[in-house]
Design a protein around this ligand. Structure first.
Ligand code: ASP
Length: 441
């Protein structure tokens, strides 16, 4: 993560919506008026801080009371003398306020008037983990920002239209660059969702997440949450302080999907740039484009337009309630490194991994291939070795395996194959069944 050479100075913020409350553990505190739109005037609740955004309760409709100006928070990010980015100052600043449709707009827009009254009775829980969607940097810029800076309440306050979708409740799970997501965080999210899914008042879940590893968290949850209720991940490619930040629309569309009947029973989904993807197929394909999230040759399942979900495909693979993976008693996942083959790649890496890990995934060339020197080393290994491809798309079939003691990853990317292998090992799946598992999931 790069550090910026600037510091954001003063900022003031006021909550857009009445009743924005911040709960920390058993203590309840009124949230400091919170900067909408990419800004943060309040503290960042960590470790399960709970934020609720209260819609026009009971009315079933958002009254068209724009509260113009009340949510407006102006910030004047300024360049420092090249000092390191100051996260605290950034978190206490308001880069630019949102109209609810764009972080860049200066005026507070009126909440979108009403949907069907029944919509307001729905409850969506947002689990915030950080990433660029919660990132703040130099005003207008798309690079050199700090991810995981804004809190869950900032994200919610930036999109007043959320209250037209559902009653929003939020949990701050962590606030990190998604490259710092760990198996512990995955297990915590899975356990939280499994617990909250039992609550009949909860309609669905949104997880805000950095895009770097979003596909991994999505696939892990796809295999471990035990609910039909929609679980939808989203993020953004541009930080909240950039021109035309993509976070607010992605969050709105993710919440609309999580509140929808269409998304029930579809497995964990990712909503990004108007499209709906299955957790199994989704992959990040670009470093900066706002359309960096795709699904290779399998494509998207559907789309979202103006808060309405249009679903055209379903996932054919086993997921959520239909998996054998119960992680309720599990505290950590086994180590499974991914070894990337390239010309002259060092075969000693394989023997090292064979001694220090419980399984290995190979990112092979083409249809999962590698050199004769790698083949010799792999044949000596006694831990499970799964063969995937470094190409980023396409299937590996058992017929094409170069070594008999290996397992074909089907069309799972190396990073997803590692998740399936880690879970299989953690749940003590018979290693003789691993090829079957990789075909089923
Ligand atoms: N590095 C960021 C992250 O994954 C990138 C993003 O969110 O787009 O947290």
């Amino acid at each position: 993560m790069k550090k910026n050479g600037f510091m954001i100075k003063a900022a003031l913020g006021m909550a857009l919506t009445a009743g924005l409350m911040l709960y920390c553990g058993t203590r309840t505190a009124s949230a400091a008026p919170t900067a909408p739109a990419g800004g943060s005037a309040g503290g960042t609740p960590q470790g399960g801080g709970r934020v609720e955004s209260t819609p026009e309760k009971g009315s079933g409709r958002a009254e068209s009371t724009p509260e113009k100006g009340s949510g407006k928070a102006e910030a004047t990010p300024e360049k420092s003398n090249g000092g390191p980015f100051d996260a605290k100052e950034a978190a206490a600043s308001t880069p630019e306020k949102s109209s609810g449709s764009s972080f860049g707009a200066k005026e507070t827009a009126a909440p979108t008037p009403t949907k069907a009254p029944s919509q307001a009775q729905k409850k969506v829980v947002i689990l915030a983990t950080g990433g660029t969607i919660a990132g703040v940097g130099e005003q207008g810029k798309t690079t050199g920002y700090r991810p995981g800076t804004l809190s869950a309440d900032d994200l919610i306050a930036a999109v007043p239209e959320l209250k037209d979708v559902a009653y929003i409740e939020a949990l701050q799970i962590c606030n990190v660059n998604s490259d710092d997501i760990t198996d512990k965080i995955w297990l915590e999210i899975a356990s939280k969702i499994n617990e909250l899914a039992e609550d009949p008042t909860v309609t669905g879940f949104v997880i805000t997440h950095g895009t770097d590893t979003l596909e991994e968290t999505a696939y892990f949850l796809n295999l471990t949450v035990k609910t039909d209720k929609p679980v939808v991940l989203t993020g953004s490619m541009r930080p909240s302080s950039s021109i035309s930040a993509d976070g607010p629309m992605n969050l709105y569309e993710a919440a609309a999907t999580a509140a929808s009947e269409e998304a029930r029973g579809q497995g964990v989904l990712v909503v990004f740039s108007d499209r709906i993807y299955s957790a199994r197929s989704v992959i990040k394909t670009n470093t900066y484009h706002t359309a960096a999230i795709g699904a290779g040759e399998t494509g998207a399942l559907g789309m979202v337009r103006d808060g309405k979900v249009y679903l055209y495909e379903t996932s054919a693979k086993r997921h959520t309630k239909d998996t054998i993976f119960d992680v309720s008693g599990i505290k950590e996942l086994p180590r499974v490194p991914i070894l990337y083959f390239s010309v002259d790649a060092d075969p000693d890496l394989l023997s090292y991994a064979g001694e220090s890990a419980e399984g290995i995934v190979i990112a092979g060339a083409g249809a999962g291939e590698f050199s004769e020197t790698w083949k010799k080393e792999i044949e000596k290994l006694s831990i499970p070795v799964v063969i995937s491809s470094r190409t980023g798309d396409g299937i590996i079939l058992p017929d094409n395996l170069l070594c008999e003691n290996t397992i074909a990853a089907d069309n799972l990317s190396p990073q997803k194959a590692a998740i399936l292998l880690r879970l299989s090992l953690a749940c003590r799946v018979d290693t003789g069944r691993l090829q079957e598992i990789f075909s089923e999931y």
